[in-house]
Design a binder for this molecule. Structure first.
Ligand SMILES: [Zn+2]
Length: 181
C-alpha cells in the first residue's frame, strides 16, 4: 500500500495552563516528530536501494505521490509540492517522476489524448476510470486480488508464447460512469 496514506494519529491530551483557570487541548509533538523522521528514513532507504540520491525535491515529490489516492498528473503533483519545496520546477517534476518509474518506485497510467497519471502503488491492482470525469480510482484490494487470481495462468503463458511478449505486470481498467453510492 502507499507509504504516506496513514496520517499520524497523535493522541490528544489535555492540560491546565493555570490550574483552575484555563484548559487547553494540544497534540503530543514528540510522537509526530518521531513518525515524520521514521518516514523520512524509510524514503531515504527506499531511494538508496534503487540507487537514487535522496534530494529534498525527490523526497517531497515521492511523499506527495505516495500520499495521493487519485492518481495525480505531473501538474497536480507540482501544485501540491511547489509551496513547500524550494527549487522545484515542472521540468524537475517530470524528470523525477520518470526516474521513479525507471526505478520501479512509481508507475504511469495512460489516459485519453496521451494524458499521463502517476501512482506509487506498483503492485498489480485494478482501476475504475470514469468516462465522464476521467477520475481514476483503485478497486478495493481484496476484490481486485480475486479478479487477478481468476485470470488463467495458462492463458497468460499462451499470450506470451504466441505474441513473443514477456508479461511483467497486469493493469486492468474498468471503464464506465459513477452512479452514486
Ligand atoms: Zn492505482
Amino acid at each position: 500500500m502507499p507509504l504516506m496514506t496513514d496520517r499520524p494519529q497523535a493522541p490528544i491530551i489535555s492540560y491546565r495552563e493555570t490550574p483552575g483557570v484555563t484548559t487547553r487541548r494540544c497534540y503530543r509533538r514528540p510522537n509526530l516528530v518521531t513518525m515524520i523522521k521514521a518516514k523520512r528514513d524509510h524514503i531515504h532507504d527506499l531511494f538508496s536501494q534503487q540507487g537514487l540520491r535522496c534530494t529534498l525535491q525527490r523526497r517531497s515529490l515521492y511523499q506527495a505521490l505516495a500520499a495521493s489516492t487519485d492518481h495525480p498528473t505531473a501538474e497536480q503533483l507540482y501544485n501540491d509540492v511547489i509551496g513547500h519545496t524550494p527549487g522545484m520546477s515542472l521540468a524537475t517534476v517530470y524528470n523525477t517522476l520518470e526516474a521513479f518509474c525507471q526505478a520501479g518506485l512509481a508507475q504511469k497510467l495512460w489516459g485519453k489524448g496521451g494524458s499521463v497519471r502517476y501512482e506509487a502503488n506498483t503492485h498489480n491492482h485494478l482501476h475504475t476510470r470514469c468516462d465522464k470525469s476521467g477520475a481514476v480510482h483503485d478497486v478495493p484490494e481484496d476484490i481486485g486480488q480475486k479478479v487477478l487470481k481468476s485470470i488463467s495462468r495458462s492463458l497468460l503463458k499462451q499470450i506470451e508464447h504466441e505474441m513473443g511478449f514477456k508479461i511483467d505486470r497486469i493493469q486492468i481498467e474498468l471503464c464506465g460512469q459513477y452512479t452514486g453510492p
